[in-house]
Write a protein that binds this ligand. Structure first.
Ligand SMILES: [Fe+2]
Length: 445
């Protein structure tokens, strides 16, 4: 056995390998919930078919760490092209069609097993932290692979969410839905003027995506923000008041999306024989009024306008989540303690939301609730790089491809966000008319 290359302190090979294995087991378990007949299904038209992702995860690891980083030839050039990219195509024509081009699952699994062996060998023994190679410096490619897979697990969950119930197999350990009864009465809190730190400096944390860099401070004026995320109960008033028919409440592109798809209510709501239901991952539930409503950015903006309010900016989110009266900023809304299951609904412990305000131990210094967990939070900020942005050498197209003025920043975490992705600087982004994600919102003024 080759002698392992020594790594600098802080980058521990056994931790990276355990992290990789845990990722792979979690992904495998997800793919195993899909019945064989649905393996090439495409539950979200703008996304690739399910089978693509089972090849994409290992192929991305090979392309990034082994080929781009370590200069290897790779394992299977055809697979490493076929499964290379799978994010956010503009329209359905940009997505490959036809099941015929996809290999059967056994072949994809065989490739994945070969890739896993090579990746684990690299994490265990090779020069994965090479200061002379920008792709590898600080373990960049290894971290990129590890966080990429965890992020895809969230994507996979919301794709699976759209699969008909008879095409997926419910795992035995799914917890019973925690529906609650009614949401708390709405309350708005005043956040005083102050500074918010967005982003993070290179080297401050072991790994950050390029769009998180660098750290910078933003002055935020005093503002009001809802203590709780907007609930299904709150949002029902908007639906019943005809909010989906009132063009003046919508941004032009939001109205166009609403009209083109004849959207009349949130995608997670379904009307059956005159009664509203929530489409849960594993079952339909009578609409839990105490849950946060999951909506697109276009819907969230229209609701806020109907209320005479608006969505918070990214900087206001930071101020509400991490600011304190003393001016010191916290790592997390609740303080500097690491994220755990008492702070919010994230890290895959549930498949669906819980009532708003269920985790008082996750409150921010101002008493704002659920800023991390139970669904991402929409902001009014258009996704862009921070001043000084540089594409990351391990994955140059990760963010830069989306600086098109057509994506909005989301912050926080959903039930399907891994614990290691819960950090202040992390940013997520989607188009305003993308209704599939686990995204909630609150209003500001
Ligand atoms: Fe990917």
């Amino acid at each position: 056995m080759a002698l392992a290359v020594a790594l600098p302190a802080g980058l521990d090979r056994s931790t990276l390998a355990a992290w990789y294995r845990r990722n792979r087991e979690r992904s495998r378990a997800l793919f195993d919930t899909v019945l064989p007949g649905a393996y090439a299904a495409r539950p979200i038209p703008l996304r690739n078919p399910i089978c693509f992702y089972e090849g994409h995860l290992p192929a991305f690891a090979v392309n990034t760490l082994l080929k781009r980083g370590l200069g290897d030839a790779g394992i299977d050039a055809a697979y490493e092209t076929l499964f290379e990219r799978g994010i956010d195509p503009e329209d359905e024509n940009a997505v490959g069609t036809g099941a015929a081009r996809w290999p059967p699952r056994a072949e994809i699994r065989a490739y994945a097993d070969a890739a896993d062996r090579e990746i684990l060998a690299a994490l265990g023994q090779r020069a994965i932290d090479d200061a002379g190679n920008p792709v590898l410096a600080g373990g960049l490619a290894a971290f990129t692979v590890l966080e990429h897979e965890a992020m895809h697990q969230e994507t996979l969950r919301y794709i699976w969410h759209r699969l008909p119930y008879d095409q997926k197999r419910r795992p035995p350990d799914v917890p019973a839905p925690w529906t609650g009864i009614e949401p708390p009465l709405p309350r708005t809190l005043r956040i005083p003027a102050g500074r918010a730190t967005l982003g993070v400096d290179p080297g401050e944390i072991p790994f950050a995506w390029d769009n998180e860099l660098p750290a910078h401070r933003v002055d935020v004026k005093a503002f009001w923000i809802d203590r709780d995320s907007v609930s299904n109960r709150d949002y029902m008033e908007f639906v019943e008041a005809g909010g989906y028919r009132e063009e003046g409440l919508w941004d032009p592109e939001g109205w166009q999306w609403r009209s083109e798809h004849d959207v009349r209510h949130p995608l997670f709501w379904e009307l059956h024989r005159g009664a509203w239901f929530w489409r849960g991952m594993w079952e339909l539930l009578p609409l839990p009024m105490a849950w946060p409503v999951y909506v697109s950015h276009a819907e969230a903006s229209a609701y806020a306008r109907w209320k005479g309010r608006r969505l918070p900016t990214e900087a206001e989110y930071h101020r509400a989540a991490f600011g304190t009266a003393s001016g010191k900023e916290r790592r997390h809304p609740w303080g500097d303690a690491p994220p755990d299951a008492t702070r919010g609904n994230f890290d895959f412990s549930r498949w669906d939301p819980v009532p708003v305000g269920s985790f008082p131990r996750g409150d921010s210094a101002w008493g704002v609730r659920d800023l991390v967990g139970n669904g991402w939070e929409w902001t009014s900020t258009v996704f862009a790089g921070f001043a000084g942005f540089r594409p990351m050498p391990s994955y140059p197209e990760y963010s830069a491809d989306f600086f098109d003025g057509k994506h909005y920043v989301m912050k926080g975490a959903s039930p399907a966000t891994a614990r290691e992705l819960v950090r202040r600087s992390l940013r997520n982004w989607f188009r305003p008319g993308y209704p599939y994600v686990y995204a909630k919102f609150r209003t500001a003024a």
